[in-house]
Design a protein around this ligand. Structure first.
Ligand SMILES: [Zn+2]
Length: 77
């Protein structure tokens, strides 16, 4: 299943979500707002393994790019 990165326009936080279908509704992982914007997938560029993606999906809110425990605590964010 594809993973897409989203940016919430309400709380301003980015998050990634596995989307079973392209037309699946997605809400913000932080505030549950539906006012979100889809970003380019970082996984497609980085070529991360599926297992890493699943690990990130299970860890709500943490940084999916560098493994930092808190969002915003890495240089990439
Ligand atoms: Zn939000």
């Amino acid at each position: 299943m594809p993973i897409f990165e989203y940016l919430c326009k309400d709380c301003g936080k980015a998050f990634e979500k596995i989307v079973p279908r392209h037309d699946s509704s997605v809400d913000c992982a932080h505030c549950n707002s539906g006012n979100i914007e889809k970003q380019l997938s970082v996984f497609a560029v980085a070529g991360s393994s599926a297992s890493a993606a699943e690990d990130f999906a299970a860890s709500d809110g943490s940084c999916g790019r560098c493994g930092a425990a808190q969002p915003g605590s890495c240089a990439l964010d």
